[in-house]
Structure formats: C-alpha cells, structure tokens
Design a protein around this ligand. Structure first.
Ligand SMILES: [Fe+2]
Length: 319
C-alpha cells in the first residue's frame, strides 16, 4: 500500500459563473444563509458562517453558467511545493499567480479535463464584523434560510474519468473511496477524499464528451432536518428542485439538488456522522446493475441528473 500523503488540506472555495449574478448572490445570501463579504468588478464574494477563510464562493458574471477556479488549500508550504513538483514532473505545469482575496501566492493548473485548480497555503483568516457568541466559530450563525455551514465537495463532469482519477491519486494525493464501474471495467464516476470526510472531489462521466463542465457544488448543513427546511425555502422562493430530499446509496449522504438562478446545480448535503478514517480504506465499487436499484431508499435517479451540466452543451450523447 502506498502511504497516504495528506498534502491537500481541503477544498476551500469555488468560483461559479452566472449570467444572473444578482439573483445568484440573492440565492446564496438570502436563501442559503451565506454573507456577502466583497464586491470587485464583475465578482461578488460570499462566505459561509463556519468558514475560517475569507470567502467560500466567488460569484462571477459570465454569459454562461459553470465552474471557474476551485481553490485547494495545501497542508503546509512544504506540501504545496511537493504538489507543484509532482505536477511539473508529470508534465502538467501551471503558473504562479497572486492569490485571490485573502489567499497567498497560488499555483494555477488544471485537471486533465480542463477544470481550473488553484493550490496555495498562505491565507488570511476571516474576521467577523460582529463577533459570534462562541469564539470557535468564524461568523455569527445566520439564522436565515438554509443556514449552510460550509462548502462540502465539488462534483465535476469529465470526458475521461479514468484519466482524472489517476491525476487525483497521483498529483493531488487524494484517496479513492467509492466508484461506479461500468461493465467494461472502466470507471463512470469516482469519489476521492483528501480529508476525513468520505469525499471531497468527485468526477462523473460527461455523457456529451465535453470537457471542463460542472455537475454540482455541495454545501453542508448541520442536520438532515435542515435539508428538509431548505427544500421548503427553495419551494417558497421559486428555486427549481431537481431531486430529493433523499439518501444516496453511494456515500450515504442525505441530499437535495436544486438549480441556483444562474443554472448551476447545487447540492445541500448532510453526511451524518460518517467519516472514512481508515488509512488503507478499500474502495467500494458499484455496478450499473446496483445503480439501477436507485438511491438508498429506492428513489430512482432522475434523468436530468445524467444530462444537466454547466455550461450547457447541445443535447446528444458522445459518438
Ligand atoms: Fe454530491
């Protein structure tokens, strides 16, 4: 067994593109409970109340929805240097840029599918304008909408899932926890973790064969009940609910999927107390036959789950 290096500390922030920036900001702030912390040119930065860093989502105006940069905080300056070394030795060179809001120098690169990643270590911590009651929490509990606590994971669409899986394991030191394996033995989706949570980065096969697209970004709520209340919040505010609330078979997460007003799929997730602590975890493989049984309690996977991604592309499976 290869030693599990924990050079990546966690997925710290994402950039989402939207053609309706004010509506997307309203979704995150008024309905999901994040707070606006910064505006700059065509971006608005929002922050989840238990995020120790300065921002959680950068919302950037673009003609089409999709995902921009995913920020990955490394465990130390040495860990960052090791990852940059590994990327360059694998011929996947990126470039150093000044860090975004609160972040130190950042190494920009892409996964093999073209999703932009930013690796960094130095960072400034969030400082609340009004101190929370408990000093072990970054900001005050919002008491608003879904009260989302933090970013949980990103699920990318990818044309070649096997290739991104090799990249995740080899260049990011991520560990495979679960996967869907097709009848021909190739992976259709892979769940990797870098923390003790059972997944942080996921790649799912893009049936259109397109590259660089987003399946969804997920945020954590404290309890299952918060997901049910979030469904009511979305219902009352005209937010499209795609599927759920229900429990996933894979990873067992209690979930709700909605489309924010810009069109990006957002998951509200609660994993309960589940963690993957084993350093020698044996990856779980799911067959198409097992997947056809539906989610944990039998809910069928909705068709749009296999077809909707951002940015949208012309319909039609890959040749
Ligand atoms: Fe998810």
């Amino acid at each position: 067994m290869t030693e599990r290096l924990r050079d990546l500390a966690h997925v710290s922030a994402v950039e989402l593109y939207t053609a309706k920036p004010e509506e997307t900001v309203d979704f995150f702030v008024r309905l999901m409970g994040l707070s606006e912390v910064r505006r700059e040119q065509n971006s608005v930065y929002v922050h989840a109340f238990d995020d120790y860093e300065k921002f959680t989502v950068r919302i950037t105006e673009r003609d089409l929805p999709g995902i921009g940069l995913t920020w990955l905080r490394c465990s130390s300056a040495e860990a960052l240097a090791r990852r940059v070394d590994a990327l360059e030795q694998a011929g996947m060179s990126g470039k150093w840029v000044d860090g975004d809001y609160g972040m130190g120098e950042t190494y920009l690169c892409t996964d093999p599918d073209g999703h932009e990643l930013g690796l960094y270590f130095e960072t400034e911590w969030f400082e609340a304008e009004k101190k929370p009651a408990l000093k072990n929490q970054a900001d005050r509990f919002p008491g608003r909408g879904a009260n989302l606590r933090r970013l949980d994971h990103v699920n990318y669409l990818a044309a070649d899932v096997a290739a991104v899986g090799e990249f995740a394991a080899g260049q990011l030191c991520a560990q495979l926890t679960e996967q869907i394996v097709k009848d021909d033995g190739s992976p259709a989706a892979v769940w990797y973790h870098v923390t003790d949570k059972s997944y942080d980065l996921v790649w799912t096969e893009d049936w259109t064969g397109s590259r660089g697209r987003l399946h969804h970004v997920a945020f954590a709520a404290d309890q299952r009940d918060d997901i049910l209340k979030a469904a009511d919040v979305c219902l009352e505010n005209g937010i499209f609910i795609e599927t759920g609330p229900h429990k996933h078979a894979i990873q067992q997460t209690f979930f709700l999927y909605v489309y924010e007003p810009g069109g990006n799929r957002i998951e509200l997730a609660n994993a309960g107390a589940r963690l993957v602590l084993a350093p020698d975890w044996r990856p779980i493989s799911w067959t198409p036959e097992e997947r056809a049984r539906g989610q944990a309690w039998g809910l069928r996977t909705i068709e749009s789950f296999h077809t909707h991604g951002t940015p949208p592309v012309p319909a039609g499976p890959k040749a």
